[in-house]
Design a protein around this ligand. Structure first.
Ligand SMILES: C[S@@+](CC[C@H](N)C(=O)[O-])C[C@H]1O[C@@H](n2cnc3c(N)ncnc32)[C@H](O)[C@@H]1O
Length: 270
C-alpha cells in the first residue's frame, strides 16, 4: 500500500498520515521518501479496517483512540468529546491571567476527556484540581488520562450535575459546557453528530442552558483573586457576557479562537 493512495482514498493526507503512523509506529521523519509501506499482514488488515471506519465517517481520533491537545496525547472514547484545537485558546487565556502564580486550585465543570484541566495541571506547577462531570463514563476516561500523564495524585473526580456535588472555593474555574442549540444538532456534520456524545453537545433551546445554571453560582465557588474562563459558541459572546455582568465578576474579557471567532470569555473575582 502507498501513503498517497490512502490519502486519495480518504481525501485527506493528514488523516492518512495519522492512521498509517498509528498502524506502523513510524514517525513523520520515517515516512519521508517511503513509497511502498511494506506492511505486515496484520498491519494491512488493521489499516484496511481503519480506512473503512474513516470512510464510514468515524473521526480519526475515535479510530485510533487518542487525540493531541496542547502538545500532549489524550485518550478518547465514544463517551467524550474529541479535544478541539479551538479550545487551546482557553489554556492560553488562563496561563496569561495566572502568570507568575503557582500552587493554584482548579475546578473544571464538564471535564470530558480531561484535556483542559490536565493541560493546566501540567503547565501550572504545584497546582491541584477537582474535575466534575455528570457522565461517569467521561470521568473514567479523564481518570485514565490523569494516570497516563502522571497527574493522578493532583486531581480528584466528582460525578456532579454542574456544582451540585462540588465543595470549596477555587483559584481557577473553567468550563466548556455543551452549547449547541437543540434544534441544530441534526444539522451538525455527521462526524460530530454521530460520534460525539449528545451530553457534550446539547445546550438546550438557545444553547445557553448550562451557562444559566453555572454563572449565577460561580462567584460563590471562586476565591478572591480567582479567575474563571469559559468556552462558548461563536455567536453567543454578547448574551453570555450579559449573564456574567450579573455575577459581580470584574475585568470581563472576550478572546478569539484560531479562526478569529469569539470563543472564550474570562473574568476575575476581585
Ligand atoms: C463540550 S464537552 C467538553 C469536554 C472537555 N472539557 C473538552 O473541552 O473537551 C461538555 C462536557 O460537559 C458534561 N456535562 C454535560 N452536562 C453536564 C452537567 N449537567 N453537569 C456536569 N457535566 C455535564 C458532558 O458530559 C461533557 O463531558
Amino acid at each position: 500500500m502507498r501513503l498517497r493512495d490512502i490519502s486519495k482514498q480518504l481525501n485527506s493526507s493528514l488523516d492518512a498520515r495519522i492512521l498509517v503512523k498509528h498502524v506502523t509506529r513510524l514517525s513523520d521523519a520515517d515516512l519521508i521518501g517511503i513509497d511502498d509501506l511494506s506492511l505486515t499482514e496484520s498491519q494491512h488488515v488493521q489499516l484496511q479496517d481503519f480506512i473503512k471506519q474513516r470512510l464510514d465517517g468515524r473521526p480519526v481520533a475515535k479510530i485510533i483512540g487518542y487525540k493531541e491537545f496542547y502538545g500532549r496525547d489524550f485518550i478518547v472514547s465514544d463517551d467524550v468529546l474529541d479535544p478541539r484545537p479551538d479550545s487551546e485558546i482557553l489554556i492560553d487565556v488562563i496561563l496569561e491571567r495566572a502568570k507568575g502564580r503557582r500552587g493554584l486550585s482548579i475546578l473544571e465543570l464538564g471535564v470530558g476527556s480531561g484535556c483542559l484541566v490536565l493541560t493546566l495541571l501540567s503547565e501550572l506547577n504545584a497546582s491541584t484540581a477537582v474535575a466534575a462531570d455528570i457522565s461517569s463514563q467521561a470521568l473514567g476516561v479523564a481518570r485514565r488520562n490523569a494516570q497516563s500523564l502522571g497527574l493522578g495524585d493532583r486531581i480528584s473526580f466528582v460525578e456532579s450535575n454542574w456544582f451540585d456535588n462540588v465543595q470549596g472555593q477555587f483559584d481557577i474555574i473553567i468550563t466548556n459546557p455543551p452549547y449547541i442549540n437543540s434544534d441544530v444538532i441534526d444539522e451538525l456534520a455527521a462526524d460530530v453528530r454521530e460520534f460525539d456524545p449528545i451530553l457534550a453537545l446539547d445546550g438546550g433551546a438557545d444553547g445557553l442552558n448550562p451557562y444559566k445554571v453555572i454563572l449565577p453560582q460561580i462567584r460563590t465557588y471562586m476565591k478572591h483573586g480567582g479567575i474563571m474562563a469559559l468556552e462558548h459558541g461563536y455567536d453567543q459572546c454578547g448574551r453570555i457576557k450579559r449573564l456574567i455582568e450579573n455575577t459581580g465578576l470584574s475585568e470581563i474579557r472576550d478572546h478569539q479562537d484560531l479562526g478569529g471567532h469569539d470563543r472564550v470569555i474570562s473574568a476575575i473575582h476581585k
